[in-house]
Design a protein around this ligand. Sequence first.
Ligand SMILES: NC(=O)c1ccc[n+]([C@@H]2O[C@H](COP(=O)([O-])OP(=O)(O)OC[C@H]3O[C@@H](n4cnc5c(N)ncnc54)[C@H](O)[C@@H]3O)[C@@H](O)[C@H]2O)c1
Length: 257
Amino acid sequence: MLQGKKIVITGAASGIGAKTAELAAAHGAQVISVDINKPAKPVGEFIAADLSDERSIDELVARLPQGIDGLANVAGLPPTWPAPAVVKVNLVGLKRLTVSLVPKMADGASIVNLASIAGLGWPQARDVIQESNSLQLGDVDAFCRVHGIEGARSYFFSKEALIVWTMENRWTWRARGIRMNTVSPGPVDTPILKDFIETLGARAEEDMRTMDRPGTPADIAPVVCFLLSDGAVWIRGTNVPVDGGMFSNVLLQTSGF
Ligand SMILES: NC(=O)c1ccc[n+]([C@@H]2O[C@H](COP(=O)([O-])OP(=O)(O)OC[C@H]3O[C@@H](n4cnc5c(N)ncnc54)[C@H](O)[C@@H]3O)[C@@H](O)[C@H]2O)c1
């Protein structure tokens, strides 16, 4: 499915990113794994980078080769981290990496961003999302203070804004055939699941009761690999929930069904 494609995967040291790297390589991709931590078993070439740091992102982009066919932005921080760190890694650093890498991408490349079902309430956050459009890494601390983005809200906000940014850029690179989509997992059994349950408390426990089981990285990675493949060329700017039916359940309940 990904034979001969050069695919960059961030967050490749753990969870969904590690599984995506493994599966992409099994599908024939030449994987470049990126993370702040060195993976125990790196897939392909490994490049260390801190996606909350402008200089580190720019050094990463300089080291990456021309002709990138796919970028999977999987790295992310849970809501137990300080709010500015969450917004930097999950949103602002991700956007800087993506936009800076476009000139090195091959025509027809695919970008896949890991959002979350935590981001599906984006229509309620329109104003602050719009204000974050041109946010730079150096401005994130002040932005969070001014807009009262603290605690778990940082995670929800980062994923809401990521879904909107992805939709907004549905046609930005259309002339070159470059497309971008998000994948929104429900609760997935990785090291950060306990952070979500800890932060969201009763709400997360209720969600977990509704589910038959939490997801696993193996439930998410195949969807990311499909979106990276040529089979998904006409899927653009959209968000794909991979959540065991959780979003449909919420949508039906809130719509009175
Ligand atoms: N696990 C879940 O329940 C769940 C649900 C919805 C969405 N997601 C999203 O999926 C993505 C992957 O999460 P996961 O569950 O595999 O978590 P994980 O903690 O297993 O993996 C996240 C990876 O991101 C890396 N990372 C963190 N900060 C970084 C930085 N500054 N620079 C570079 N790399 C950094 C970590 O080192 C880690 O390897 C995240 O974006 C997360 O928000 C996860």
